[in-house]
Structures are given as structure tokens and as C-alpha cells.
Design a protein around this ligand. Structure first.
Ligand code: ZN
Length: 511
């Protein structure tokens, strides 16, 4: 049969063909996308996959388990990886909630980090734009960690699909990392040798934007509990017979607060008194103060030693004894690899910002209104590669720092949180639940899986990352700040979790 171009159906077919070709050039079927990478993008684009990991994220959000108490969260993730065919080792580095899931064999070994701990006092109903706790005083996911190991797991399982289909050589690993909020797990995981054979590491964190960066970030830190022992007595009847452990804490704190003036501006020091007596009429014979001492890698030990002197001064002046100095953790600054970040940025650009529904935008604007922020909703474009700050002034810490010094690492920040929501605040808990976060963590998984595929299939990319790391490591050889006898504080948060878990259980979401 002779075709006539005037035929309506033929004309439509031609238009469709032209549209397909032109749209195809702009979307991720662009020529630079290898077939291996296309597999991970297609696998993660399936609606049932987006939903599966979205529900896992929501379930972990509802468990809201504090650091080293993430029994349900880590089990759900480890089980998910095991069911997908990964070999899972649990209870590693002295932490019951730490796991490593591996698939494949031999080199290269690409690791993806994943966190799942919550924060105290940040319980909040999901996608409710005003403060409204689910459980009064209970913990909540006010930093976004519910989505992070979830996204890492989705990425790793996607990589497995491409490995199986194309026979890609190497190993993909997920590092289930407990207690990031208290900066605990990674120095112990490094010490246990878990990163020994890893060639490159992809880290991730929930955010409102979709971005990555490189250079030195955040402060190194000691987390130490100082316990003083004195002598008790009637506080009015025979105070001269007593030696107050609380006095020792007070004198130490005053000394540290005077010390601040004479420390370099990169430091941060803060403390809480966790034990200071139970009634004013009994002189406390035992008191404990918990310090975070932060500074750069180069200055940390000197700053810390000066704080130790303040503790000794407290004991001497009060006539008590500095009974224990319990180091819970000690970590390095983050040194993100530039070549890795540049590679991650290409994949972030490739994946692009998810499209948000009107309902999601309406929630974002309502939350922004509550917080007196600009009512701009969710963003429509991804971020540009972040360069290091010209002047380093210190700041927050992450225990990812220790990993960055033993394997080349950079972090992918994935979207889903409402811009203007405040970290470690109920507003982030509110926005870490539901469809926007599902899409955000899915986009993050795509960027991570695509980057892992590049590192496994393009030897020059991995070489660039490794060469930069080897050169950097010569000037920054890794030495743990942990004392030899330090151990993960498994008791931390146990009581708090025991208090709130029964109240939270009725609200658990089924993944
Ligand atoms: Zn965090």
C-alpha cells in the first residue's frame, strides 16, 4: 500500500518520531550514558521500586531509634539487602546495629555509607506544617537519616542489577553505620578494618537541595564524659566534712569558659551536666559533665589537652578526684575527594531534580510560612559543585571524617526536605516523611548507583579518584584520635529508648 504524507495517522507517527528523538537527546538516554548505567536508572525509575524504598524510609522514620539502639531500623535494611542477594555481616566493630552488606567479588570495591539513627526530643507528625509531636518528648528523624541508608541500599541493589546483566567485575558494599548523630560508629568501623580493601566510598545525606562538594569540612572532635568523686555529707549540718563533685564540674566549666578567649577561632566547645546530685540537702559525691571539644585535625589534641587541664583544676580546687574520663568517640574532619565529587556532580546533573506535585509544594510553602521563611516551595534545579570555603571557621562534625582519610570519599546531598526547614528541629522531622522524600531518596539512589557504575566500569575515573587520594594521604596519614581502650558506648540512649519505645510502637509504619 502506498503511504501518503497527508494521511493523518502517518503525519502523527512522524511527529511522534521527531518528538521521541528530540526528547531523547535531552533526557538521560543521552549518548554518554552507558548501557550499564541505563540499567540502574531504569531499575530505580520503576514506580514499585520508588514505593518500596519510600515505605522503608517511612517505617524507619516511625521507629525513630536513637544511636546504637537502631535494632529495628538496621534489621529492616540488612534484611532488605539480604533478600536482594547480598551477603550481610551483622554486629560488626563491637556494635550490634552495625552491618556490612556485600555483593560481587574482587576489585574494585565500591562502598556506600548509610545512616539510620534519630535524635532525641524531635518527635513530630509527618507532613504537618506546625509543631505537633507524635509522642510528647519522644525522638524523631530531625536530620533525615531515615532516608539515608534506605537510599544507599536502593542504590546498591540497583548496581547489582547491572552487575548481573553485564557481568561487571568488582564488589559493591553498603556500610550500615549506627549513631552518626553522636559521631560514634565510623572511627570504630575503621579501627575494625572494615574499609581496608575499599577503593572509593560514596557518602550521602538528606537535604533540600541535590548537590555535592569537596575539600575540608567541619571540625574534628572528642566526645568525653568527665566523672568526679568526692565525699557526701549533710549540706547544712556538716558541709565542711564534704567534698562536692558538683563543685569540681562547676570549676571545670568556669575554667573552660575562660579558656575560650585564648583558643583559635576554629574551635567549638559545649557541654551538658548529666549527673550533678539529686537534692540540694545532700552534697553530691559524684558528678559527671559531658563535653564535645571540637577543632581542626591539627589543633584538636592541643585544645583537648587544655580542656583536660581544666578538669584537673576542678578536681584540685574542690578536693575531689577526677575518677574517670570516658572517651565515647574521637573523630577527624571530613576531607572530601575532588575527583569523586566532580564525578558525582555529573550524575546529579544527569538525574536532575524530581518533579514535585502541587500537594507537595503546598506543604512546603505552609511549612515555610510557619518558619517565617520565603514561601518558595521545593526547588526545580540541582546545585552546582560546592567548593571549599575560602576561610575555614570550624563548625559541625561528622564521623564520616575518619572514612575520608582511609578511602577517597565524597557526599551526595539528596533532596526531599523542605528548603528553610531547620536541621535537628521538628520541621525536618515533618518533611522527612512521605512522597517528596520518597522521590528525593530515589533521585539520590540514582546518582549514587550511576556513580558506582562509573567507578566500576571506567578505570580512568577510579584512577583519578585514587591518585588524588594517595597524594593527599601522604600529607594526611590516618591516625585515629581514639584512645587504645575506647569502646562504643552501647549503653548510650538505652534508657531513653526504653522509655519511649512502648509509646511509639502503636504508630509504627509497616514497610
Ligand atoms: Zn545528619
Amino acid at each position: 500500500m502506498k503511504l501518503r504524507i497527508s494521511d493523518k495517522r502517518v503525519r502523527w507517527a512522524v511527529v511522534t518520531m521527531i518528538l521521541t528523538i528530540s526528547l531523547g537527546v535531552q533526557s538521560y538516554t543521552a549518548p554518554e550514558v552507558s548501557p550499564q548505567k541505563q540499567v540502574v536508572l531504569d531499575w530505580l525509575s520503576q514506580p514499585q521500586i520508588l514505593e518500596k524504598f519510600g515505605k522503608i524510609s517511612d517505617a524507619i522514620w516511625s521507629y525513630a531509634e536513637l544511636g546504637l539502639q537502631e535494632f529495628k531500623s538496621s534489621k529492616l535494611l540488612a534484611d532488605t539487602l539480604e533478600q536482594a542477594g547480598f551477603k550481610v555481616e551483622r554486629g560488626l566493630a563491637g556494635m550490634p546495629t552495625c552491618f556490612v552488606a556485600s555483593y560481587g567479588s574482587g576489585k574494585p570495591v565500591i562502598g556506600i555509607l548509610g545512616e539510620y539513627d534519630a535524635l532525641p526530643m524531635l518527635s513530630q507528625k509527618g507532613r504537618v506544617p506546625t509543631q505537633d509531636p507524635l509522642v510528647e518528648g519522644g525522638p524523631g528523624h530531625g536530620c533525615g537519616h531515615n532516608a539515608q541508608c534506605t537510599s544507599a541500599s536502593a542504590a546498591a541493589i540497583a548496581v547489582k542489577q547491572a552487575m548481573d546483566k553485564y557481568g561487571i567485575k568488582g564488589t559493591i558494599k553498603v556500610f550500615g553505620s549506627p549513631a552518626e548523630e553522636t559521631l560514634i560508629s565510623r572511627p570504630y568501623m575503621v579501627k575494625a578494618g572494615l574499609f581496608k580493601d575499599v577503593d572509593a566510598v560514596i557518602d550521602n545525606h538528606g537535604s533540600s537541595g541535590f548537590s555535592t562538594g569537596y575539600g575540608t569540612e567541619g571540625d574534628a572532635m572528642y566526645s568525653t564524659m568527665f566523672t568526679f568523686k568526692g565525699r557526701t555529707a549533710h549540706a547544712a549540718g556538716a558541709p565542711w566534712a564534704a567534698r562536692s563533685a558538683l563543685d569540681a564540674v562547676d570549676i571545670m566549666d568556669v575554667a573552660v569558659n575562660f579558656l575560650r578567649e585564648h583558643l583559635f577561632y576554629t574551635h567549638r566547645i559545649h557541654y551538658v551536666i548529666t549527673e550533678g546530685g539529686e537534692g540540694p540537702n545532700v552534697v553530691p559525691d559524684r558528678a559527671t559533665v559531658w563535653y564535645y571539644v571540637r577543632d581542626t585535625d591539627e589543633r584538636l589534641e592541643e585544645t583537648y589537652n587544655r580542656v583536660l587541664n581544666c578538669a584537673k583544676a576542678g578536681a584540685l580546687a574542690s578536693g575531689t578526684e577526677l575518677a574517670t574520663m570516658r572517651v565515647l568517640t574521637a573523630i577527624h574532619q571530613r576531607h572530601a575527594n575532588k575527583a569523586a565529587a566532580e564525578l558525582f556532580q555529573k550524575n546529579i546533573d544527569l538525574v536532575g531534580m524530581p518533579a514535585w506535585t502541587e500537594e507537595e509544594q503546598a506543604f512546603a510553602k505552609a511549612l515555610q510560612k510557619t518558619l517565617a521563611r520565603k514561601e518558595e516551595g521545593f526547588p526545580s534545579t540541582v546545585g552546582k559543585l560546592r567548593e571549599p570555603d575560602r576561610t575555614f571557621v570550624g563548625g559541625g562534625s561528622s564521623d564520616v571524617g575518619d572514612v575520608t582519610l582511609v578511602a577517597p570519599t565524597a557526599t551526595i546531598m539528596f533532596p526531599g526536605q523542605v528548603p528553610g526547614s531547620i536541621s535537628h528541629h521538628w520541621s525536618v522531622t515533618a518533611s522527612n516523611y512521605g512522597s517528596a522524600m520518597w522521590k528525593g531518596l530515589n533521585a539520590g539512589a540514582k546518582a549514587m548507583a550511576a556513580s558506582a557504575i562509573d567507578l566500576m566500569t571506567i578505570p580512568e575515573e577510579l584512577k583519578k579518584v585514587r591518585d588524588e587520594f594517595e597524594a593527599y594521604a601522604k600529607d594526611h596519614p590516618y591516625k585515629s584520635f581514639l584512645p587504645a581502650d575506647a569502646a562504643p558506648p552501647l549503653d548510650l540512649n538505652r534508657e531513653l529508648m526504653e522509655k519511649y519505645r512502648p509509646k511509639m510502637e502503636p504508630g509504627y509504619i509497616v514497610p
